[in-house]
Ligand binder design. Structure first.
Ligand code: GYE
Length: 328
């Protein structure tokens, strides 16, 4: 009897000693998956919607701890952020690379640390295959092809030259490279297409307004413009502002502004007839990123690329209800 009591006391002592040394238990469920996410910045409506979508997908309720870094448009800030995520031993890195080059070193470091990198939105150099687990985003060359096919149809009977101003996105970004390549190839094959100017709009309204204003002020007197090919909605807003200030007529009988993204504001501008064509580019990549990561958690190897299905919009296709129903 005495012996039993002694044993019971000893067991009790041991138990309380163990409990004292242990971290308080998580209330329930498996541990959170830590995501280090490096976002480019907030240069456009598209980008803002993209960040929101990521933040909504990677919540604690959904089982994640999200470390979100905004690089304010600088690649070096993105590289620093990724290095920090590696030091913090996150479970996954989600990277929106501002441009395609310059990633080899830091992606190697992530690989050496055994941390999978999911590229979202844009891509890195083709030779870096193997240094990232998957890429989710859009096929920007295909988007550009949608735009130039529409242009080829609209101007197929044009008698004189088709004069084009091209506003490019951030140089060296996949979105710029793909959308530019489609236009340049179309200029090559359409003998009467005439590129008046190629300008750097950096995907922002402010920069585009400036470069467009200077360009218009330096055109020869009487120079006609048929198309302004902008590589995103915000560039289109800047270009429209500059064109309208200088009295250009937009739409059916005037300058055809072309745009990419199809954000609500872009579509509204299209419905009003200021943008002639908008090519959709889906920023809502959060749920897909989470699905890819969930698959990897179950041990399923991801595909190398996941591309969104996208379409075009022209003014006749748009209604206020449709615009309101859009998620971005
Ligand atoms: O079109 C633009 C943004 O990479 C798809 O970047 C993205 C582009 C998008 O700033 O609005």
């Amino acid at each position: 009897m005495k012996r039993n009591l002694l044993w019971a006391l000893l067991a009790l002592l041991l138990l309380s000693a163990c409990a004292a040394g242990r971290e308080p238990e998580e209330p329930s469920g498996p541990p959170l998956i830590t995501i280090g996410l490096s976002q480019i910045g907030a240069e456009s409506d598209w980008r803002v919607a993209n960040s929101e979508s990521m933040k909504e997908a990677f919540t604690e309720e959904n089982g994640y701890r999200l470390l979100f870094d905004d690089a304010r448009q600088m690649q070096e800030n993105q590289i620093t952020a990724v290095r920090k995520f590696i030091q913090q031993r996150v479970d996954y890195i989600v990277l929106m690379p501002i441009s395609e080059t310059g990633w080899e070193g830091v992606l190697q470091e992530a690989r050496n640390a055994g941390i999978p990198v999911i590229l979202a939105d844009r891509m890195v150099d083709a030779e870096l295959e193997g240094l990232y687990a998957a890429h989710i985003g859009s096929d920007f060359r295909a988007e550009g092809e949608l735009a130039v096919r529409w242009m080829e149809e609209r101007y197929q009977d044009a008698e004189g030259p088709v004069n084009i101003i091209h506003i490019q996105g951030t140089y060296g970004s996949t979105a710029q490279l793909g959308r530019t390549a489609a236009l340049e190839a179309a200029v090559e094959r359409n003998g009467n297409w005439n590129l008046l100017a190629q300008l750097d709009g950096d995907f922002t309204q402010a920069k585009t307004y400036e470069v467009m204003r200077d360009c218009l002020d330096n055109l020869p007197v009487g120079q006609g413009i048929d198309i302004v090919y902008c590589e995103n909605d915000n560039e289109a807003f800047g270009a429209i502002q500059a064109l309208e200030e200088r009295g250009y007529v937009l739409g059916e009988d005037g300058v055809a502004v072309i745009s990419f993204d199809a954000t609500r504001n872009g579509l509204r501008s299209c419905m009003e007839g200021k943008i002639a064509l908008v090519v959709e580019c889906d920023p809502l990549l959060g749920p897909l990123a989470a699905r890819v990561i969930q698959g990897m958690e179950r041990g399923e190897p991801p595909e190398e690329h996941y591309y969104a299905q996208e379409r075009i919009f022209t003014p006749d296709m748009l209604t206020e209800e449709l615009i309101q129903a859009r998620e971005y």
